[in-house]
Design a protein. Structure first.
Lengths: 413, 317
């Protein structure tokens, strides 16, 4: 589905056929490349490794895995078996898609701000990027494939500017990385969220309540929207559409009454916010203790609650408001990081393998400072500069929004 | 970590804020001067803007008037760290690309972009502080240096406190104690009251939650108790549920401070979440986002332990 035979991997200048991976190139001089995970956990990270290892093996290259982002190189003394792992193609057989990533994970790896304790016992953040580049050079590593989230793309871009040959693989369960239609991990998260929403609906039916389920999505509402559509939720709140709770409550109430239902299902993204001037009263009631908060001029501003307070806050707020306005009992439920775990779907397995292989191709073609991106029907290489200052949000003319509206799903506006 | 600023003439310090009418930072009504820079990284820190030793950018999106009406910051940023997405009204910040150059701050009319940290001279600070001298006289208050860690700028702190004494203002400092003794030794001769933190007693737990162990902190406190007998010392613990809200910690702190008669009190500061939103303004992640303030009954129990140790009968928070 994702990579039909003969689909193309394209860079700026040329198109490469996936089928060409099958051509043995054992005569090519051996090259050493490294791979790391620097984007937090998503289902099936090992499949990207598998794709890269197999593709590199076909080229006669050696692949080294760096543990915990770049920590394996910056802090090798922390690892009993060394900070790097040789990744042979024999290892691939033991790599299960559902298993924990063998290289570990680092939700945040920033060689420009490495926290250390100096000789004066003071904690500080120091720039160790030069040291990292020197270590890679000494280890004769000619390119690094980094599986990273949107937030870490900027760091890799900065490293690339300093001379690191890097190819990024986008990973995000929120699918918020720009320049690619699909980030690795999103499809698995979507499948899990959909399955759990089905269960939440049944639980709501049993309890005769409205279930308000919060899913990840700080800046982009793809997960909430697509999962909400998949289960025909009564309402979906996403960050892109500030919600007017009174309107949604009236809408949901009308739907329940018309259908004679006593239960419902509302999906909220954790980054969903109320319309300006419609701040939830619960948030206002929790005004900060005046004790030592005036340092920041904005801290006492009631509208400063645009910052995500904590996981579950939006679900609680919406559930409470909805209960007040509909008279129907509600209960909040938070999926949170659960969607990041588990086994990858078939789509993500294909995507991971394809992305890993495409990243190796990019290094072979001397493409650096790029991200592999799925832009149907092709896998392209896009410059990191085109991806770092953008977020893939749900556009107002999205077909998913149209579908949701057609199904009668309230969208907060 | 003595900043470069303090080596120049006239002597300047990096100040975060001057807050008037404080009642929790020492005796009486006080004016608290918050310093920039800290040598610990406590995960519950409610003043994250005070941590880094240099001025830094913050962004409060709720004040942004939008790129259509304004958008100067986006044009001004040399690193392209300010951007918008699709139909965004307000700008977003790419924090990894920002170099804290401050060019955007200068062109932001509603001050939704601002910088934490400002170099100030001793007289500039004292002139501001002295405005409240009437309150100090009536309440027994004065100036309190806080942070961040005020002892990381020892020359400036010492000059500020000496200047306050010259103007007849009572002095106090709030410190976490993780500085070289030579820094502390330079400032303490000018201090009337020292509020000092005992965050965790176990060195390894201290390292986990605060970034480094507490060996030097305790050593500094011990020296301070002994070498500066005229200072009133007040021990404090920020009470973080599940981290240090156990009686064992309180007992250990009491065992450390009670032999020293110049430690006149031990206060508990219950964890609160007011600083959480500031992490967002600075583009950082608040690691304790799921923590809640301690329960009143838990606090009352700990307070009773302290009151008993100090021979008091009335609960004191």
């Amino acid at each position: 589905m994702i990579f039909p035979t003969g689909s193309k991997v394209t860079g700026k200048k040329q198109h490469l056929k996936f089928s060409s991976i099958g051509e043995k190139t054992m005569t090519t001089p051996t090259k050493r490349i490294a791979i790391n995970n620097g984007g937090g956990y998503v289902p099936g990270l090992n499949t990207v490794l598998t794709g890269a290892i197999l593709a590199a093996n076909e080229l006669g290259w050696e692949v080294i895995g760096i543990r915990d982002g770049f920590d394996g190189l910056l802090f090798p003394e922390r690892y009993l078996e060394g900070g790097t792992v040789p990744l042979s193609h024999h290892l691939v057989e033991a790599l299960s898609g559902a298993a924990s990533p063998i290289l570990g994970i680092a939700a945040r790896t920033d060689p420009f701000h490495v926290r250390t304790v100096n000789s004066e016992n003071q904690v500080e953040e120091v720039d160790r990027s030069n040291e990292l580049l020197e270590t890679l050079r000494k280890d004769h590593i000619e390119g690094v494939i980094s599986v990273v989230s949107a937030r870490n793309l900027g760091i890799l871009w900065k490293l690339d500017r300093k001379g690191l040959k890097t190819v990024c693989v986008p990973t995000s369960v929120e699918n918020d990385i720009a320049a690619t239609v699909l980030s690795f991990g999103f499809n698995s998260a979507l499948s899990y969220a959909t399955e759990t929403l089905d269960r939440a609906r049944q639980a709501a039916q049993s309890a005769r309540k409205i279930g308000v389920v919060e899913v990840l999505g700080e800046h982009a509402g793809w997960l909430a929207l697509q999962a909400g559509i998949a289960v025909c939720a009564d309402a979906v709140f996403i960050p892109e559409i500030p919600y007017d709770l009174a309107k949604v409550a009236a809408n949901v109430q009308r739907k329940l009454k018309a259908a004679g239902r006593h239960s419902g299902l509302v999906v909220v993204a954790e980054g969903a916010t109320p319309l300006a001037g419609h701040q939830a009263s619960q948030t206002q009631a929790q005004s900060p203790n005046p004790f030592r908060v005036s340092l920041c001029p904005g801290a006492m501003d009631p509208e400063s609650s645009h910052v995500i307070e904590r996981s579950g806050h939006v679900a609680e707020t919406v559930a409470l408001q909805l209960q007040r306005q509909t008279g129907q009992e509600t209960y909040p439920l938070v999926l949170g990081p659960l969607v990041k775990a588990g086994a990858p779907t078939a789509v993500d397995r294909q995507l991971g393998l394809g992305y890993g292989a495409a990243a190796v191709r990019a290094i072979k073609e001397n493409q650096t400072g790029v991200m592999v991106a799925f832009q149907p029907p092709e896998v392209k290489l896009v410059p990191l500069a085109e991806a770092i200052n953008r977020i893939r949000t749900v556009p107002t003319d999205s077909v998913f929004l149209q579908v949701a509206r057609s199904l009668g799903i309230a969208l907060g506006d | 970590m003595e900043t470069q600023a303090i080596t120049k003439q006239p002597l300047k310090g990096l100040v975060l804020n001057i807050q008037h009418f404080c009642t929790y930072d020492g005796p009486g009504i006080r004016t608290t001067v918050f310093f920039k820079s800290c040598s610990l990284r406590c995960k519950w820190c409610s003043n994250p803007e005070s941590i880094h030793p240099e001025p830094e950018l913050a962004y409060n999106a709720s004040k942004c008037i939008g790129v259509k009406e304004c958008g100067f910051c986006k044009k001004e940023c040399p690193e392209s760290a300010i951007f918008t997405v699709d139909s965004d009204v307000k700008v977003r910040i790419h924090w990894d690309l920002c170099t804290n150059c401050g060019k955007c701050v200068a062109v932001c009319p509603p001050q939704s972009l601002y910088r934490f940290g400002q170099a100030m001279t001793v007289d500039q600070v004292l002139d501001e502080v002295e405005q409240d001298s009437t309150f100090y006289r009536e309440s027994g208050g004065g100036i309190t240096l806080s942070g961040g860690e005020c002892l990381l700028q020892p020359e400036f702190s010492a000059a500020l406190l000496a200047g306050a004494h010259e103007r007849g203002v009572n002095t106090a400092i709030e410190t976490a104690g993780n500085v070289p003794w030579r820094f502390m030794e330079k400032v303490l001769p000018h201090v009337d009251t020292m509020l000092h933190d005992h965050k965790l007693t176990d060195p390894e737990r201290h390292r986990k939650w605060c970034g480094t162990d507490n060996t030097r902190i305790l050593s500094n406190y011990m020296k301070a108790y002994e070498k500066f007998p005229k200072i009133k010392f007040i021990a404090r613990t920020p009470v973080i549920p599940g981290v240090n809200d156990d009686e064992e910690h309180i007992h250990r702190v009491l065992a450390f401070i009670r032999p020293h008669k110049n430690v006149v009190d031990y206060e508990l500061l219950p964890y609160f979440r007011a600083g959480a939103s500031k992490y967002g303004f600075l583009g950082r992640v608040y690691e304790l986002s799921d923590f809640q303030p301690p329960r009143p009954e838990s606090l009352a129990r700990l307070c009773a332990t302290i009151d008993a140790a100090f021979g008091r009968t009335v609960g004191k928070k």
